[in-house]
Design a protein around this ligand. Structure first.
Ligand SMILES: NC(=O)c1ccc[n+]([C@@H]2O[C@H](COP(=O)([O-])OP(=O)(O)OC[C@H]3O[C@@H](n4cnc5c(N)ncnc54)[C@H](O)[C@@H]3O)[C@@H](O)[C@H]2O)c1
Length: 323
């Protein structure tokens, strides 16, 4: 059976997902919606069978879609999810769920009522190194985690606007928060301090924070800090270091390094996590078995709560308790 897929968003990451989807034998991207029909048409022209739309309702009325990929920026969420929920269409959605605090939680109750299959683009969960880290951590005592995302601010108008992206911690560093939740445990308390004023001086359009440090307490008693900056001129480094009674595990895009008393063993990522993520979702859509999906909308709502709590804490100066 061929699965008919519709895409929403014509940007960088729709392109990445479209390239992977078109490599599958049993998948056809039949439609794409952009912020304008012109953009959707030029994206569709790169695909063998896709038709472009400037309006998601028109796309959904015209096609019997098996699943939708929602790859729009954080501010452009709500309507597309609503349309999929109303029609009972499973969807994959890129992180973060929104730049707003409450919207995902409101959508979640409707997703749960319908029992809809969803998958969220927290691809670190599908990395080989993350799988290995989870195995190693099963027999170790956890004490402290240090996460980081250090880079420059992406260009484009939406990323640098707080109300559009949610800022770096919500938009980007969310991957590290999610990785912490997946490998170490749930977060109960959040305290954040942000630095502002450098990026907004360089770029009059920018109003996101330059940097931040977020302290977290977890249900298992361990503690964590996750820091980020988007003002360094070049390069991007991100990862999570987890300190246990047997040493340090260092998870990065490359894999995981296991530092113990007398040796360092490195497990490199071999497979493509985005491909594994896609296959888990397509398997769920094709069979109804969602057990291979590692980040559902419901689970991602918890990551969203933590990142939004960090923003709230930075604004108020208060510790935010989540449990
Ligand atoms: N998982 C990952 O590793 C990863 C990597 C990159 C981006 N992303 C996420 O993917 C999302 C999109 O990022 P991107 O880099 O593709 O951004 P982008 O700016 O390249 O593209 C965004 C697209 O959304 C479209 N869009 C905006 N508003 C819309 C609307 N109302 N209706 C229809 N289309 C609309 C824009 O026209 C644009 O084509 C973001 O949430 C980002 O965080 C995830």
């Amino acid at each position: 059976m061929t699965l008919n897929i519709g895409l929403i968003g014509t940007g960088w990451f729709s392109d990445m997902h479209a390239r992977l989807l078109t490599q599958q034998d049993d998948v056809d991207i039949v439609a794409i919606t952009g912020s304008s029909k012109q953009k959707a048409d030029s994206f569709a022209a790169k695909l063998p069978h896709a038709k472009g739309y400037g309006d998601a309702t028109a796309m959904l009325d015209a096609h019997m879609l098996d699943a939708v990929y929602i790859c729009t920026p954080p501010f452009a969420h709500g309507m597309f999810e609503e349309l999929c929920i109303e029609r009972g269409i499973p969807f994959f959605i890129e992180k973060p769920l929104s730049s707003e605090e409450q919207l995902p939680h409101q959508l979640l109750s409707r997703i749960q009522e319908k029992g809809l299959i969803t998958s969220v683009g927290y691809h670190f969960r599908y990395m080989d190194g993350t799988e290995r880290a989870k195995e190693l951590l099963a027999n170790r005592q956890l004490a402290l985690s240090l996460g980081y995302w250090m880079g420059g601010a992406p260009g484009g108008t939406w990323w640098r606007r707080q109300e559009r992206s949610g800022g770096q911690f919500v938009e980007q560093t969310t991957h590290i928060v999610d990785l912490l939740r997946y490998t170490v445990g749930e977060v109960t308390e959040v305290y954040a301090a942000y630095h502002e004023g450098i990026l907004s001086t360089q770029d009059a359009n920018a109003n996101v924070a330059d940097a931040g440090t977020v302290t977290l307490k977890l249900t298992n008693g361990s503690v964590a800090t996750i820091s980020n900056t988007c003002i360094i001129p070049a390069g991007e480094q991100c990862g999570l270091h987890i300190y246990t009674n047997e040493g340090k595990l260092e998870i990065t895009h490359g894999g995981v390094k296991d530092h113990t008393a007398d040796k360092i063993i490195e497990y490199k990522n071999r497979s493509n996590p985005y491909e594994k993520q896609m296959k888990a979702f397509l398997h769920a859509v094709g069979t109804g078995d969602a057990s291979q999906i590692r980040s559902s909308y419901e689970d991602a709502c918890q990551t969203h709560r933590v990142t939004m709590a960090a923003n709230a804490s930075a604004a108020s100066g208060n510790v935010i308790k989540l449990a």
